[in-house]
Design a protein around this ligand. Sequence first.
Ligand code: UD1
Length: 380
Amino acid sequence: MKLLNIVGARPNFMKIAPIIHALNNYNRSAKRPIDHLLVHTGQHYDEKMSKLFFDDLNIPKPDIDLEVGSGSHAEQTAEIMKRFEKICLNECPTHILVVGDVNSTIACALVASKLGIKVIHVEAGLRSFDRTMPEEINRILTDAISDILFITEDSAEKNLLREGVPNEKIFFVGNVMIDTLLRHRESAKSSLILNQLGLKNGSYASDYGVLTLHRPSNVDEKGNFENILYALLEVSRKLPIIFPVHPRTRKKIEEFGFTKYLIQEPKVKGDKTGICSIEPLGYLDFLSLMSEARVVLTDSGGIQEETTILGVPCITLRSNTERPVTVTDGTNIVAGIEKENIIKKSLSVLNSNKRDIPKTPPFWDGRAAERIVGILSSFE
Ligand code: UD1
């Protein structure tokens, strides 16, 4: 097997890290090691969106960087395809491994499958059933052309079988993102971010919420974005909300004139209220911030999973989730983007004294990458 591992955007990095570590572990004692290279498409390129994660997660420098950068969906996908095809022709891999649902995932999968290279998809089968999400299109198409599909939860198996994927291609291995979380949970405790933000005095962390927003349907639509901010301003009268701002969201805040809703000063002291915008954080700082939060409000997919394992209530600012196990077993509440509902759900979390102890979804145990490599080695 000659394997190209692909990453492109921020949520890919925490998924690939444990796979690379598991491959290297396997190779140390394997009679027939798995030859593997890391390809970064360059979809995300800012220091805070990319390099910081390589450093925090100890991911080796990519062997190949396609440096595609930003663009419209068509431009970005096409550019990745053009550049990745050349790599495949030079390197002649037998397999490529893609993770998640970003444009880099589908672009590389499509190139490989047309060259007769086997496609391995990690985090296959998740469905929001909302085809207005670019990620849903990426998921459906990637799964349709994948040869080996690794899944994180039961719902994914049902979705794939319904779409006609043969059972023998599907492997329930657990969640590599949770491998990374469990591996770094302890070291994240040394992060100084809570002190830097004035959220911690000695060992005592004050009450605060965390917000992340970057879905085009939430931040590119002025009305929706403003609605969410109005709701959260209301919630932030009860507790300050820390908002690490994604670059696309930052641009929209400026374009729509929404800086007036945000506190730019990153220190939340005493009884200060409001939504406080800060720069995007690295993995360890963000894990530390999430771990101690009273509530996390987000439109991200991965954060719904991470909060489930951390036992922190998560309010999802979307009308659906492709990760239903985080609702049935975890701490996730899908609140939609109606102002009244966001406020109601948030206040009910804040007013509740007891925290339900979430169940750990099956196989979210820190060993998913090991299982993946075990299965891959059996195909040799
Ligand atoms: C992408 C993924 C999304 C994922 C998210 C995580 C797709 C279709 N979307 O969305 O599924 O949840 O990453 O962050 O693949 N930009 C920068 N610096 C960067 C990267 C982006 O400034 O390093 C800005 C650019 O203006 C760019 C915009 O952000 O046009 C959007 O970036 P893009 O990669 O197209 O999509 P994301 O919104 O980041």
